[in-house]
Write a protein that binds this ligand. Structure first.
Ligand SMILES: *Cc1c(COP(=O)(O)O)cnc(C)c1O
Ligand code: SF4
Length: 342
């Protein structure tokens, strides 16, 4: 089905989400001003911003509480002086992505699925992002250079699922994405198309007719894994966007990162699971922080993480308890963080 072509805008004509994306706040002083926060937070934010710049769309800022420097959404995006300190054990590539890179932009770590790094661009810069030091320039083939990846997938019949990731795959234009998906569809053994994206969360206007057109139109089964860490991220605008994805036949899952000072609280995690379910999204993974340089202030001790999970199990139906996992370089899957201590 290619009936979505008429809704693609011509190159000069940005769609609403593209304008909002271009208007994202990139200046620490402006963010603090918008939230009515004291400018004494500024010098440290500016220093960390020079290493990994601030980036946050207005839609996400509107969900933050004014005047609250501890707001859980703000803490995910505001540069912090601790990012500049080296901490033992926190490194540039904590999950071994380089070793799993079979071709530029293609990661084949786990049986049956490959992950394509479609772009380095992201609509938001999360301070704990494990790809913040990733050399995206190299792992970022232009869209007309996917041939090698397609050949790789075509040659391995064990691959059932392709995951579009990044950066954020939905920061790309829909005509480019539809073109890639059309090529993937020609590979007979592929069954599932998965997107790992935070764009619908931080910019719900991204879920528009053009996106729904190619997602609903593909013969591949579409799965969208969004990334929501705190129930305050789920406002009515986002719920509507998620509803439209669901109505288009998309299976919706959520992954969160367990973050100190943001969601390392049983009540917060319980509310998150409940709110996700109300929005038609199943909790999937709760990730232990990848120990990427600059992110040490977010780490939650393994023992505390397990205790939190026990609280969740005791309070929620099993289907609303996310799997607590840790990424480990060289492992055959993400590893459950249960049982023995470390
Ligand atoms: C996380 C990840 C996947 C997907 O793993 P699932 O357990 O299927 O969600 C696939 N490839 C890579 C490289 C990953 O990091
Ligand atoms: S949305 Fe994901 S890829 Fe983008 S900065 Fe946040 S954690 Fe990293």
């Amino acid at each position: 089905m290619t009936a979505m072509i008429p809704v693609f805008s011509s190159p000069g004509q940005a769609r609403p989400w593209q304008r909002e994306l271009a208007g994202a706040v990139r200046c620490p002083a402006q963010l603090l001003r918008m939230l009515g926060l004291p400018q004494d937070l500024l010098p440290a934010a500016r220093r960390a911003h020079r290493r990994f710049p601030l980036r946050v769309p207005h839609s996400f800022i509107r969900r933050m509480r004014r005047g609250d420097a501890r707001d859980p959404l703000l803490l995910q995006v505001l540069p912090h002086q601790d990012e500049l300190e080296a901490v033992a054990g926190f490194v540039a590539d904590p999950v071994g992505d380089h070793a799993a890179e079979r071709l530029p932009g293609l990661l084949h770590k786990y049986h049956g699925r490959v992950l394509l790094v479609t772009t380095g661009a992201c609509a938001v810069h999360c301070r704990y992002c494990f790809r913040q030091h990733f050399p995206y320039g190299e792992a970022n083939p232009r869209f007309d250079q996917w041939q090698a990846s397609l050949d790789y997938i075509r040659a391995d019949a064990s691959i059932r699922e392709v995951i579009l990731s990044g950066g954020d795959p939905l920061s790309l234009r829909d005509d480019k994405l539809a073109e890639l998906v059309a090529q993937l569809e020609t590979i007979g053994h592929l069954r599932i198309l998965r997107l790992h994206t935070r764009l619908p969360v931080v910019l719900p206007s991204r879920v528009d007719e053009a996106l729904l057109g190619w997602l609903a139109g593909t013969r591949l089964r579409p799965v969208v894994v969004v990334h929501i860490n705190h129930p305050a991220e789920l406002d009515s605008e986002l719920e509507r966007a998620l509803g439209r994805l669901r109505d288009a036949g998309v299976t919706l899952l959520n992954q969160s990162v367990l973050l100190r000072g943001i969601n390392d609280d049983a009540e917060v995690l319980i509310r998150l699971s409940e709110r996700l379910f109300e929005a038609g999204v199943m909790p999937y993974y709760l990730h232990a922080l990848d120990r990427v340089a600059g992110s040490a202030r977010f780490e939650v001790e393994s023992r505390r993480a397990r205790d939190l999970l026990v609280c969740l199990r005791n309070r929620l139906p099993g289907y609303l308890v996310p799997r607590l996992v840790r990424e480990q370089a060289g492992a055959a899957s993400k590893l459950p963080l249960e049982g023995k201590g470390d």
